[in-house]
Design a protein around this ligand. Structure first.
Ligand code: SF4
Length: 218
């Protein structure tokens, strides 16, 4: 099965979905968006990475910035901050360039190095798209942490691929149903950009039906 373009989901939404499924649905299904410091900082950083006028050639490799990608198999679309093309005998041919190349996506993150599954899954989402578009295999990518200037290698192993495929399936299920789930709230809601739209304090309130149901079954 292949997805139609109208049903492509944003790769960047994978992070929203893992942070909070309700937040993802508010942004991507209901198209609501609020700015806070964290989202602003992320955008500011990406502006730099997405600047098409910054060109770089490093020895036997070259970088492509803000590369648009999509996958019909997984129904994903987005833009890679940077894709590194590294000259390699086992790589693929690239139009306009001599030799063969292996490809590595690079994502820029604000803050410092910390393991975050959602960062790795977003990067892998980009890799799945590139694999499909370029007919190649990508075994790893990098996350670059702006604060510490540290580059972390992320291996795209079977376990990570399996987690991502299940996550994407679930996202498509909510998208198909146009459903915004109710979720458990917590301290993390304080840093949520959609707190004032979501109103998490109301999520914990019982409906009359659930109150009666609970009392009658006591
Ligand atoms: S406020 Fe909390 S429950 Fe609501 S969308 Fe944000 S993180 Fe999710």
């Amino acid at each position: 099965m292949e997805y139609l373009e109208d049903d492509f989901l944003m790769i960047s939404g994978i992070q929203h979905f893992l942070f909070c499924k309700r937040q993802w649905a508010l942004i991507h299904v209901e198209q609501k968006w609020e700015e806070n410091f964290l989202t602003y900082e992320g955008q500011r950083l990406h502006k730099k990475a997405d600047n098409p006028y910054i060109k770089e050639k490093r020895g036997r490799s070259f970088l492509v910035r803000a590369m648009p990608v999509h996958s019909r198999i997984y129904g994903l679309t987005g833009k890679c901050d940077v894709v590194e093309f590294i000259e390699s005998k086992t790589g693929i041919n690239v139009i306009g360039h001599d030799g063969k190349y292996t490809l590595r996506p690079i994502e820029y993150k604000h803050g410092h190095k910390k393991y975050d599954l959602s960062d790795s899954l977003q990067l892998l989402g980009e890799a799945l798209c590139i694999e499909e578009m370029m007919q190649c295999e990508i075994t790893q990518g990098y996350i670059y942490y702006n604060e510490t200037k540290h580059k972390e290698t992320i291996a795209f192993d079977d376990k990570l691929r399996s987690i991502l495929k299940k996550t994407i399936e679930e996202m498509h299920m909510y998208w198909y149903k146009k459903y915004t789930p109710k979720v458990k709230t917590g301290r993390w809601c304080n840093s949520c950009s959609l707190k004032d739209v979501c109103l998490p304090e109301l999520l914990n309130r019982q409906t009359v039906a659930s109150y009666l149901d609970r009392r009658l079954n006591e």
